[in-house]
Design a protein around this ligand. Structure first.
Ligand SMILES: *Cc1c(COP(=O)(O)O)cnc(C)c1O
Length: 371
C-alpha cells in the first residue's frame, strides 16, 4: 500500500545527516531536534502550539485529558474511523456516542451530530478521514451553539485545508479547540517509528498539556495533575525535520496519483471514485478509497491481490458493531451509511512514489474485473 523504501532513497542524505546529529550529541530525549521540529510544525500549520508526544493515540487521549473531560461526559464521534478515536474516549471513562457519516465525504454527518446532542454532551471529535477535511465550519457552529469542545483527529490529513464560506482556508487540525495527529510511518508525514503531536491555539490549554505529557509536572518533581509519559524521541524528530519541508510536495504527489486513478474510473457504472477538488487541498489522500456498487467488492479484492496489487478494506466493521463498543443505545437504523460503506469500500495503493506505469496496471486490473 505504501513505498517507504523508494521515498527514503531520495532523501537519504538529509535524513541520515539529521539522525547523525542526534547520535553525535546523544540528546535522545527532548533534545534540540524535538524543539526545532515543534517550531517548524507550528510555522507550517500556522498554529500557536504544537506539543509533540509518543503517538497519535496518546495525542487524542492527552487532548481529552487537557480539556478536563470527566467520566460520564458524552463525546460524539464518527462510527466509521480507526478504533483509536473511540478507544481513548472509553479509556478515560467518558461515554462514546458513535454517529453515522456522510456518504459522499465519508466524514461525520452534521445532521447525525445534531441529533446526538444531549445535556451530557461535552465534545465532538471529527476525524478528517482518509485525508479529506471534515466540514469544520458546520461543526464549529454546532459546538458554539451548544458550548461543546471540538477535538480534531487529524492523524490522516496533515497539510489538508479546510475551506470556509468567506473564502478563507485554514489547515485541518488548527480549527477546533485542540487537535491530534500521528506520525506513524505510513501517515502523510511519517517518521521511522512511532510519533504524534497535539495542536492548539489556546495558551492555557497548551500549558496544561505540556505538563500532562510529562507526568503532570510543571516544576521538576512537583506533580500537579495525573499525567502520562508520552514523548517524541529525538531521532524521530530528526526524521520529521527532514521530511516536513517535503510535506506539500508529498501531498501533491498523492493528489496527482488520485487524479489519474479517478480519471481512469470516471463514469464507470460500478465505481464511485473520490472527487478531486482543484486548488483547494481539502483532500490529501492518506487513502484512495473507492465505493464498489452492484458488483462483488470482495471478489475484486481477491482479483487484485492475485495480481500482486496490494489493497485493503478500511474499515470492514463499523465501530458500533465492535465487541468492545457495543451499546444498547445504538440501533442499526441509526447507521445506514456506515453499514453501507463497510460493504462497498476498497482502498488502492496510495503513496508518494506511485508512477504512471503502476497506476495504469492498477486501474487496468480493476477495470478488467469490473468490465
Ligand atoms: C493512525 C490513526 C490514529 C492513531 O495513531 P497512532 O500513531 O497509530 O497511535 C488515530 N486516529 C486515526 C484516524 C488514525 O488514522
Amino acid at each position: 500500500m505504501v513505498d517507504l523504501k523508494s521515498q527514503y532513497e531520495k532523501i537519504k542524505a538529509t535524513v541520515d545527516a539529521s539522525i547523525q546529529e542526534v547520535l553525535d550529541t546523544t540528546t535522545y530525549i527532548n533534545g534540540p531536534k524535538v524543539h526545532e521540529f515543534q517550531k517548524n510544525l507550528e510555522e507550517y500549520l500556522d498554529v500557536k502550539h504544537v506539543i509533540p508526544c509518543a503517538n497519535g493515540t496518546d495525542a487524542l487521549q492527552i487532548a481529552m485529558m487537557g480539556l478536563g473531560l470527566k467520566p460520564g461526559d458524552e463525546v460524539i464521534t464518527a462510527d466509521f474511523t480507526f478504533a483509536a478515536t473511540v478507544e481513548v474516549i472509553a479509556l478515560l471513562q467518558l461515554t462514546p456516542v458513535l454517529v453515522d457519516v456522510d456518504l459522499v465525504n465519508m466524514n461525520i454527518s452534521i445532521d447525525a451530530i445534531k441529533k446526538a446532542i444531549t445535556p451530557k454532551t461535552k465534545a465532538i471529535v471529527p476525524v478528517h478521514l482518509f485525508g479529506r477535511a471534515a466540514n469544520m465550519e458546520a461543526i464549529m457552529a454546532i459546538a458554539k451553539e451548544h458550548n461543546l469542545y471540538v477535538i480534531e483527529d487529524n492523524a490522516q490529513a496533515i497539510g489538508a485545508n479546510c475551506k470556509f464560506s468567506d473564502g478563507t482556508k485554514k489547515k485541518a487540525g488548527t480549527i477546533g479547540h485542540v487537535s491530534s495527529t500521528s506520525f506513524f510511518p505510513s501517515k502523510n508525514l511519517g517518521c521511522y517509528g512511532d510519533g504524534g503531536a497535539i495542536f492548539t491555539n489556546d495558551d492555557a490549554l497548551a500549558h496544561t498539556i505540556r505538563g500532562i505529557v510529562n507526568h503532570g509536572m510543571y516544576v521538576r518533581y512537583h506533580h500537579d495533575v495525573v499525567g502520562v509519559n508520552s514523548r517524541l524521541d529525538s531521532i524521530q524528530a530528526a526524521v520529521l525535520n527532514a521530511k516536513l519541508p517535503l510535506l506539500d510536495s508529498y501531498n501533491e504527489a498523492r493528489q496527482n496519483a488520485a487524479r489519474k486513478y479517478t480519471a481512469a474510473f470516471e463514469g464507470h457504472k460500478n465505481i464511485i471514485a473520490p472527487t478531486i477538488c482543484d486548488n483547494c487541498d481539502c483532500h490529501v489522500f492518506h487513502q484512495y478509497t473507492l465505493r464498489i456498487i452492484d458488483a462483488d467488492r470482495d471478489a475484486l479484492m481477491e482479483h487484485l491481490l492475485a495480481k500482486g496489487i496490494p489493497c485493503a478494506i478500511y474499515y470492514p466493521i463499523p465501530l458500533h458493531s465492535q465487541k468492545a463498543y457495543v451499546d444498547s443505545r445504538y440501533k442499526e437504523e441509526d447507521f445506514p451509511v456506515t453499514n453501507q460503506l463497510v460493504k462497498e469500500v476498497i482502498s488502492l495503493p496510495m503513496h508518494t512514489e506511485l508512477d504512471d506505469e503502476q497506476i495504469k496496471f492498477i486501474t487496468d486490473s480493476v477495470l478488467e474485473f469490473l468490465k
